[in-house]
Design a protein. Structure first.
Length: 195
């Protein structure tokens, strides 16, 4: 490279010194300009990266908003399901109460039926006794003086009357809806009790 001062050799020393100083400043400014350009390039790259990050954050915010909406929808559905579960539990509790009441009624009806059967059997025996007495015929001894029946005859007449009442009551029981509804159960029970 030729000496830069060679073109200014005819100039006075002061001017040459000023020109040298100006050239040094220009080189310094050029170096500073290059440094600033490099810094600007780095800053632009950083800005692009930040822009990408901001775009990514915006995307993440949108995803977060969607996830929040989905979570709210899921929470609403869970609340609705909890309400449905509470209703179902209440229904189940009510049904358990109804089943318990029905079982108590069934047991009560079984006890009444057993009592009715025992009374029926007792009345049948009394009726058989009365039929035996009737088949034997009424003896004059059965009627007391004054035309009143004897105590045995009165018991027999009372037994006949009670037997007739019980037969009517048994017929009425058999005509009830509950008797007809439980008929299949009694049939199954009879078949299960057979040897």
């Amino acid at each position: 490279m030729p000496d830069d001062n060679s073109e200014f050799t005819g100039l006075p020393g002061r001017v040459q010194a000023e020109l040298t100083r100006l050239r040094a400043e220009r080189q310094m400014f050029t170096a500073e300009q290059d440094r600033l350009k490099a810094k600007l390039t780095d800053t632009e790259e950083e800005l692009r990266a930040v822009t990408v990050d901001v775009t990514a954050m915006s995307s993440l915010r949108a995803e977060l908003a969607e996830a929040t909406e989905r979570a709210a929808a899921v929470e609403e559905r869970a609340a609705a399901l909890r309400e449905e579960l509470d209703v179902a539990n209440a229904r189940a509790t009510a049904l358990e109460g109804d089943v318990l009441f029905a079982r108590q009624q069934r047991d009560s009806m079984r006890a009444e039926l057993l009592s009715a059967r025992e009374e029926r059997d007792s009345l049948r025996l009394a009726l058989l006794d009365a039929e035996l007495v009737l088949s034997a015929g009424v003896v004059e001894a059965d009627i007391l003086p004054g035309g009143e029946p004897s105590a045995d005859r009165q018991r027999m007449l009372t037994a006949e009357r009670v037997a007739a009442e019980m037969a009517n009551e048994l017929d009425a029981t058999r005509r009830t809806l509950s008797w007809r509804v439980t008929a299949p159960l009694r049939l199954v029970r009879r078949r299960m009790n057979r040897p």
